[in-house]
Design a protein around this ligand. Structure first.
Ligand code: SAH
Length: 407
């Protein structure tokens, strides 16, 4: 076995030099040596000059994920120092929100650790290995995380579809330390949430929406304070999952929130979370329904809300799905516009990486035009700051949203 060398086609080295971390099969001229899938390989230009080093998977369209642009060996110490840097980068976050007990610690390509997600929930870490290169090293990485962060344990939630593109099956279970309890209680902006890291979505919870949930609370506070007709603020939380936005709405003085989700388990946990935060049950409703159908019925009934949050799952998984996804977003937003009281707010999101912020804004504009309403952009919204985006990796900015005032 000899070290693998990946030779890049002449004229295709520019993105690599500009530190984009992905090398697609079409940019590769030849593979020299005898690498095994998952191995560390050296990337050179057509003249043999060093460009980068990364891990290799010939089964994936992204054949190399770059780990470093320096000619340095990828040792256990290398992984330790990369993890350390990502974790240190969260110090600012920990300092800003000292009471918080949940945080993304490693954000894959954006922390120059492609394919690796690590989220902290209280005393446990949840690891997601999205690629073969990370999957092969997950025991080493879990051990290093035990050493650096000293959690009670590291649990794996590598049950995501993208692993299929790497030739990997789902993998779930303990990687290091003690197994996590059925539910972990976290604190976020003074609210408590129970997180099911074993069965919940992603690694258990949508940490990326933390800052936007806090913005929603402020919106509700303003709306409650400015309500001259002394009417109570009613909020609609679409795609509620475990109730995050809904809880913040009540925390911001909303009188009533309707949470809608297709998942019974998510709604059960949402109800538990409302009780945990001492909100009386007559202030919230938990409706299991398809949001598209529910909105249709609400419009027919002439329902109105002061504040609506619309946070659907990813509709476009690739460029080929953008058109269909756009129709879905437009339909949702059109009905949302119809349901907002004049002067009320719509907070609307897309987490589809294939739909950028400009396109999303155009889609929402299209929905507005059909609704006959008027709206202002009050804020552009994005993912929370523990989900930073590497400047050389625009794909990292997947969550976009608009806070709109609607008349
Ligand atoms: N806003 C949430 C996260 C939403 S994730 C938070 O801050 O935690 C998207 C949710 O949409 C999931 O809970 C999923 O169960 C739900 N979902 C997906 N498709 C749906 C549909 N057509 N109707 C209702 N809910 C749906």
């Amino acid at each position: 076995m000899s070290e693998g060398i990946i030779v890049i086609k002449k004229g295709r080295e520019k993105p690599i030099i500009q530190q984009h971390p992905w090398i697609f099969s079409g940019a590769i001229d030849s593979v020299r040596g005898d690498p095994t899938p998952g191995d560390i390989v050296t990337v050179t230009n057509h003249e043999g000059a060093f460009l980068a080093r990364g891990y290799w998977n010939p089964r994936s369209q992204i054949q190399v994920r770059i780990l470093t642009w320096q000619d340095e060996p990828i040792t256990d110490d290398w992984w330790r120092s990369r993890l350390h840097r990502a974790i240190k980068g969260r110090d600012r976050y920990v300092h800003l929100y000292s009471q918080e007990t949940a945080c993304r610690m490693v954000n894959a390509e954006n922390d120059w650790l492609p394919g690796l997600i690590v989220d902290r929930y209280g005393d446990w870490l949840v690891l997601q290995a999205l690629t073969l290169g990370i999957d092969q090293r997950k025991t080493l990485l879990a051990g290093l995380l035990m050493e650096i962060i000293a959690p009670n344990g590291v649990y794996e939630r590598s049950d995501v579809d993208v692993r299929g593109k790497e030739g990997l099956k789902a993998a779930v279970g303990e990687l290091a330390g003690q197994p996590p309890p059925e539910r972990i209680t976290i604190t976020e902006n003074d609210f408590s949430f129970q997180v099911d890291v074993r069965h919940g979505h992603k690694t258990g919870y949508y940490l990326d929406q933390r800052a936007n949930r806090a913005i929603l609370k402020d919106v509700c506070l303003e709306r409650a304070a400015s309500d001259t007709q002394n009417e109570q603020v009613r909020a609609l939380n679409l795609f509620s999952y475990t109730g995050g936005f809904g809880l913040y709405a009540l925390g911001g003085g909303a009188e009533y929130v309707v949470n809608v989700d297709a998942s019974r388990e998510a709604l059960e946990l949402a109800e538990t979370n409302f009780v945990l935060n001492r909100f009386a049950s007559d202030h919230a409703e938990f409706i299991q329904a398809d949001v598209f159908d529910y909105l249709h019925d609400q419009v027919a009934e002439g329902a109105l809300y002061d504040v609506i949050v619309c946070d659907p799952p990813k509709f476009a998984h690739n460029a080929g799905q953008v058109e269909r996804a756009a129709r879905g977003y437009k339909d949702l937003n059109l009905n949302c516009f119809k349901l907002v009281k004049p002067g009320g707010y719509l907070m609307t999101f897309s987490c589809s990486g294939a739909i950028d912020a400009d396109l999303f804004q155009k889609i929402v504009f299209g929905a507005l035009a059909d609704s006959g309403r008027q709206a202002q952009i009050v804020k552009h919204l994005t993912q929370a700051e523990d989900h930073p985006v590497a400047l050389t990796f625009p794909e990292g900015a997947y969550l976009k949203g608009l806070l709109l005032r609607v008349y």
